[in-house]
Design a protein around this ligand. Structure first.
Ligand SMILES: Cc1cc2nc3c(=O)[nH]c(=O)nc-3n(C[C@H](O)[C@H](O)[C@H](O)COP(=O)(O)OP(=O)(O)OC[C@H]3O[C@@H](n4cnc5c(N)ncnc54)[C@H](O)[C@@H]3O)c2cc1C
Length: 482
């Protein structure tokens, strides 16, 4: 029982593997990193990676893999790390994941592979995400590329949107020999990965390198094309000769609170705030002109408790904010942000005010934002999301002086494609209706997946949808009909 499985590269008996503590991720110290945008997590060394990999129990039924939305063969790649074969580990990951350096950094593994890891029940799960990142970074450092050699099928697929859903589908389809072009509305590729997630969590150079890899695989990209405006889905099929289309346009329209004062100067949607920092280069000030209000010495709050809220407030801190608050109407237990991000934010001095909801934004003497009037909340019965519903406590109102407030309470679907594609069904929230197993829509030859179907979710769930769509599109193209 305790013996290593036959043929294992790891000589340690299983009971000894369980005695190895989970290897910590080296980090940039909090007191340094609040003054820069360099990455917080520094990545494993070869020795740390091999030591962490030695903890793997090599389960006969690897539930970690079953719980991965893209099906990465975790046990196999981890065993390659144990053997010191990092190149082999990269080849294994690449079979199922075209963006390993990205998922290794931002995928919520604690909800997927690591939650299903047998070590999790006995203590701390295997650091699968950290190991994936190590392998992906090794691959990039060494310039290793696994370029597909499938014979060209002569079929053309258009992918709309260059976020993780679109990129994942593109990677799988090009490996089947189809010609793939990704159309992106913005001037930069990557979707939320590039305009939402800040440099200190996901460096832009990492995204660029993953995109270069995809170009080397044969994926074509066209930026500044707003499908539904520049060209319609029907024109792509009827005039440009695409045999199938995958819509992966995300859920990028910000939601607001609908409270008085939201129009004041100084109140931003998280979408605009982060786009200004990431795409318009505020994070590189003074090398680039500052495309937003100077935050130095200002008091700033973000409203919300997800990854977006934490990305916004931690960016603000790095841009000089004096006080940086998170105002969240539920308690920490209900916060959707990754636990690691909450930990990092606390280390950096972000102040969390739980059970706090804004009622109104109040102007200063110049008519700009001056304060948020808030109310304390208590948690009642669970709502439709399963989380306990916050209810205001009468008479508990108080004002928080603020110069900038960032609203990060969710997003919705942009309707441009839905409104210009006849016969494309949507659900009652405006998202595209697609079969969850095949990603087929009501339109023949048109598939959809990622946030534009599910609403705002995660990178790996969007990638899983991209993979399912690629499989269905391939079957559709081979069969010629469905
Ligand atoms: C700030 C922030 C932080 C996040 N952090 C995490 C995290 O740490 N971990 C995690 O797993 N998830 C995180 N998420 C969620 C995750 O990023 C999304 O679930 C994921 O990016 C969705 O992928 P997608 O491909 O469906 O859409 P997107 O990433 O939104 O990409 C859609 C792309 O389509 C383009 N597009 C839209 N309309 C058109 C059109 N008409 N024509 C052409 N192109 C179009 C958009 O410009 C965009 O580039 C975060 C989200 C945000 C906003």
């Amino acid at each position: 029982m305790s013996q290593p499985p036959a043929g294992s590269a790891n000589p340690l008996p299983l009971k000894d593997r369980m005695k190895i503590p989970r290897q910590s991720m080296p980090e940039q110290p909090a007191q340094e990193r609040i003054f820069n945008f360099f990455e917080v997590n520094r990545g494993y060394s070869e020795e740390l990676a091999r030591q962490e990999a030695r903890r793997c129990l090599e389960c006969a039924k690897p539930t970690c893999m079953d719980n991965c939305p893209v099906g990465v063969k975790v046990r196999e790649f981890v065993q390659s790390i144990v053997a010191g074969d990092f190149r082999g580990a990269a080849a294994i990951i690449r079979q199922d994941n075209v963006l390993p350096a990205i998922t290794g950094r931002v995928c919520p593994q604690e909800d997927h592979c690591e939650a299903a890891c047998k070590l999790h029940k006995k203590g701390e799960s295997l650091g699968i995400g950290y190991l994936e990142r190590f392998v992906a970074d090794y691959e990039q450092r060494m310039g290793i590329r696994h370029v597909p050699t499938a014979a060209a099928t002569g079929r053309k697929v258009a992918i709309v949107g260059s976020g993780p859903a679109g990129l994942s589908a593109a990677g799988d389809l090009v490996q089947k020999g189809h010609r793939v072009c990704v159309f992106e509305a913005l001037h930069e590729l990557g979707g939320v990965l590039v305009y939402g997630i800040p440099e200190f969590r996901l460096p832009k150079q990492i995204i660029r390198e993953q995109l270069d890899y995809m170009r080397a695989m044969g994926v074509e990209f066209e930026t500044d094309v707003v499908v539904g405006r520049t060209v319609t889905i029907d024109e792509l099929i009827e005039e440009e000769g695409y045999d199938a289309v995958f819509i992966a346009t995300g859920a990028g329209s910000p939601l607001f609170l609908g409270i008085p004062g939201e129009h004041l100067n100084g109140v931003y949607s998280a979408n605009e705030f982060l786009t200004r920092i990431n795409l318009m280069h505020a994070w590189q000030f003074p090398a680039y002109d500052q495309p937003m209000v100077d935050l130095h010495g200002k008091d700033l709050a973000v409203i919300g408790g997800g990854n977006t809220a934490l990305d916004a407030i931690r960016s603000a801190l790095r841009l000089g904010a004096r006080k940086a608050y998170v105002l969240y109407r539920r308690s920490e237990a209900e916060m959707p942000a990754r636990a690691e991000e909450v930990k990092h934010a606390r280390q950096e001095g972000i102040e969390f005010h739980m059970l706090t909801g804004p009622l109104e934004f109040l102007p200063d003497e110049k008519g700009w934002l001056g304060a948020a009037r808030c109310v304390r909340m208590a948690l009642g019965e669970p709502d439709a999301s399963g989380r306990r519903r916050p209810q205001p406590i009468a008479g508990s109102e108080f004002d928080v002086p603020l110069s900038v407030a960032v609203i990060a309470v969710g997003t919705s679907a942009n309707p441009v494609i839905q409104s210009t594609t006849p016969g494309l069904d949507t659900d009652n929230r405006g998202y595209i209706a697609a079969d969850p197993a095949t990603q087929r829509t009501s339109r023949r030859g048109v598939f959809a997946g990622g946030d534009i179907v599910t609403g705002s979710a995660t990178v790996i769930l969007a990638m899983g949808a991209g993979r399912r769509a690629a499989k269905s599109i391939h079957e559709y193209l081979c069969a010629g009909s469905w």
